[in-house]
Design a binder for this molecule. Sequence first.
Ligand code: ZN
Length: 548
Amino acid sequence: MAYQVLYRTYRPAKFAEVVGQDYIVKTLVNAIKNNKIAHAYLFAGPRGTGKTSVAKLFAKAINCQDFKDEACDSCANCKAYLEGTHPDIIELDAASNNGVDDIREIIEQVPYAPLLGKYKVYIIDEVHMLTTPAFNALLKTLEEPPAHVIFILATTDPQKVIPTVLSRCQRYNFSKISIYEIKKRTMEILKKEGIPFDEKAVEELSRMAEGGMRDALSLLEQCLSYNPNELKLEDVEHIFGLTSVAEEVELYNGVHSKKISEVVEKIRTMYAAGSDTKRLAIDLLEIVKDALIYSDQGKERLLNRITPLEAQGILNRVSRKTLFNDAAELENLISRERQSQNFLVYLELCLIKMAGDFEKESVQPIAKTAEIKEEEVEEEAPVEVKEEDFDPKISIVEPDREFLLSILLDANKDLKISDQIIYNKLDLYAYDPEKRKFYQLLVGTELFASNKDAIIVCGSKSQADNINTRSMNEELYRFINKEFGIDKMVYAIDQVGKSELINMYKRTPADQRNRPVFVEKYKIEEKKEPTPEEKLRDLFGDVVKVEE
Ligand SMILES: [Zn+2]
């Protein structure tokens, strides 16, 4: 089966490749280094979280003759392990060999010294499947294990392991792997396989895997057998019959744009198409929770369901107070689900209530500005200057090539890396009504060079012209100054300009490089714009304080 190919190929071959169990790996590595190895381990946790993989890596590592953080992979023990012929590493799958005879057979060998390594390691997978007599037989050995024997018992169901066995094991609880970690690893694998992918599709698969790396890869295989050339979001949604996160976010934003009839219509369409309304309610709750978490620290890795861009889009529309309120409404709805004969009715009612609360809030005169309807966002004039309506009177900041060259000659990589933050954070401004123009101005351009006073970005001809338009250029200067503390002029060039500059750079003798350049900057006005916190306080008064 294809799925086993991916799963086997990418099974961790080193401790460093184990996903999401850092604490356990670190503890085990330290135990080996300090020579404090226990005689029995219990690895408990949900399926696909790496129990068997870690057990195998541990078995290899403790027999390695040259262990340093990782097994050496070249000593006789490592080689035998890699070939699958190590005589002292014995695996038993208790799911299929669970009788007392199966256990007796391996236990009979326990007293004999290892043949090749330092330890005999017995890995018993799905140990909870053993019959009671089998457990009892195992227990006798666990009570008085010879010094050269180590048992690693793995189970998804530790409650079913008899307490006398549990009490003799050092226990490690493998936790579900976060969506963030699964997504990261899955993308690495797709890159190695050379398969183009839609990041959103990977995210959806990672979410469906519910904490299991193996499940994620099995879902991935399913998609790749449908379309081996590419992983696309619509394929994932189609194969697994999902309501897309994008649709759910749109639905949630719809509620807060007072598009209630549209929202209700949409839910009924989803319902008619077989969507699970309870699942939808839980998804909406997760979206609200994600937005709340993101509003606090803006950490991407804490997000479960939505992207930073989507979170920011919600936060631009909805206050924290409303989010808390929505969470309570949804929670209440979900907890009553069992008693509800017709859940759809309650779901609709809940969303109408959520929309109503927003209305109350927007009655406050200033709050109007916080309410951004989609149309308004669309209308928020893009700063594009089209060729045909280009006004020659618009002043253009077009520094000559010699000047740009002198900046390039003075540029360095560290500055460029630290200025890259502008691009890393750019998405956050896509839905911000006031700063969206900077997003539009820069999106699709790239950072070409940075010195201490200036940045050169490269984009299409029209993008470069837009950025070099004097008024925009000045606004952009203030924007990066205020948002990122970067006090630099921004000059834009197009692809032609870029290759010209590169050629000029190459022709410049080395001793003429790194000369100081004088860059004249715009003046920073004294008047400061209010910070986001101040703005929130303006809009909602003490509410914000209460929640923080
Ligand atoms: Zn080795």
